[in-house]
Design a protein around this ligand. Structure first.
Ligand SMILES: *Cc1c(COP(=O)(O)O)cnc(C)c1O
Length: 398
């Protein structure tokens, strides 16, 4: 079910990744590392996870040929339907893996940080299913903006802690969650939202998400009788991208593409395009690229797709970019909204604003590949959550 992901401490020529944490976290990270190495070799753990993925989350998710859009593009566009996963997005793959691991480690309390609330909801939902109490740190401003997700987390029995420090958004919530973990290492597991953070999280989360790429590779070979010419994913921190890429990275004939949010349609690339615009730094326990000012202060980000609003990016994606193995392109809000409408009208599927970035990039680059070739897009989540925002934007534009 999962790819044979190598646990990497550092990526690229050794400069990305690592583990930049206070001394009190060193031993608990080593404990997570040892538990994960052990668990992925234990058939009982893998069986339990496979059953949860199937009966709780609904795996395997379908691969759908988008027929009408394909005939417009002259290329066969396949959608990996993570939007049909329980919870409405790929995040459930990672929270199931991590919380089952936490349980195996004997941890009795789960903490997480969340920006727009999607990772908080996935963690709270999984905590309810596995009987683990969850506490979520969330910026007070984000809580105000995302009341529905706060209500969801509370319904699942989670405690949501408002964070008022700094800008009261995701990067401040990350700091608070790290502080909590330092104080409660014995009892607590920190559930990360993306393929980022200190070792072993980037590789471990890639492993749990690699189910996307492995299934998609099998399915596209069954359906199209060929490998895709290119595979596309949107990039927040990089978990759905690394999960998809895990199925194809060893196959050099498959081009790998990541779509980052450019934010504004004026092409000024000011917003959350970390791989395009970021500079090297250390935050959230890792060395990677970040959007930051000259003093190294992490910037607040903004995209129409709240789930892409992470100020950094997973270290392995940076290495893939530097090696020329994957290409990253900034997609504007306008391009993403256009893809959102196109898929809704032509295919009867409302994609998440995040996933709409990947779709927009596939539509934009389709002509680079020979007619009749197959393109694979990871539809990371469903767009019902984005409807109010969509109609607000439409309303103000008319
Ligand atoms: C959270 C989220 C993302 C971004 O997260 P990654 O870790 O980069 O995958 C993308 N799509 C959806 C639907 C999300 O909820």
């Amino acid at each position: 079910m999962f790819a044979d992901v190598k646990l990497m401490e550092r990526f690229g020529a050794g400069q990305y990744g690592g583990s930049y944490v206070s001394e009190s976290l060193v031993s608990v990270l080593a404990e997570v590392d040892a538990a994960f190495r052990d668990a992925r070799r234990d058939p009982a753990f893998l069986d339990a996870l496979t059953v949860l993925m199937r009966d709780f989350a609904g795996r395997r998710t379908p691969l759908r040929l988008a027929e009408r859009l394909s005939s417009q593009l002259g290329r066969k566009l396949y959608l990996k339907r993570e939007d049909l996963l329980h919870g409405g997005a790929h995040k459930t793959n990672s929270t199931l893996g991590q919380l089952l691991l936490a349980k195996r480690m004997g941890k009795t309390r789960i903490i997480a940080e969340t920006g727009a609330g999607q990772h908080g909801v996935a963690t709270a939902m999984t905590g309810a299913a596995l009987g683990l109490p969850v506490e979520v740190y969330m910026g007070a401003i984000d809580m105000e903006r995302q009341q529905q997700n706060v209500k969801r987390m509370e319904l699942f029995g989670a405690i949501v802690h408002p964070v008022r420090a700094g800008g009261a958004t995701l990067k401040d919530a990350i700091n608070e969650a790290m502080r909590d973990w330092i104080t409660n290492v014995g009892s607590t597991y920190h559930c990360f939202g993306t393929a980022a953070g200190p070792y072993p999280y980037p590789s471990m989360i890639k492993y749990f998400q690699s189910v996307i790429g492995l299934e998609a590779r099998e399915q596209i070979q069954e359906q199209a009788h060929q490998l895709p010419a290119a595979a596309y994913a949107c990039v927040g921190g990089g978990s759905n991208a690394m999960g998809l890429f895990a199925g194809f990275e060893a196959l050099s004939e498959v081009a790998l593409y990541g779509a980052e949010p450019a934010g504004l349609a004026d092409g000024s690339l000011r917003h959350a395009a970390t791989l395009t615009l970021g500079t090297t730094g250390v935050f959230h326990g890792m060395r990677s690229l970040f959007l930051q000012n000259e003093e190294g202060q992490i910037a607040g980000t903004h995209s129409v797709a709240a789930g892409l609003d992470y100020p950094g990016v997973g270290p392995e994606l940076v290495a893939l970019q530097e090696a020329g193995r994957a290409r990253f392109v900034a997609i504007s809000d306008e391009e993403a909204l256009d893809a959102f409408e196109t898929l809704s009208r032509l295919e009867g599927i409302i994609p998440a604003f995040e996933s709409s970035h990947a779709l927009a990039l596939a539509m934009k680059t389709a002509a680079d590949f020979p007619e009749g070739s197959s393109l694979l897009v990871c539809l990371s989540g469903r767009g019902d959550k984005d409807l109010d925002e969509y109609w607000k934007i439409k309303g103000s534009a008319s």
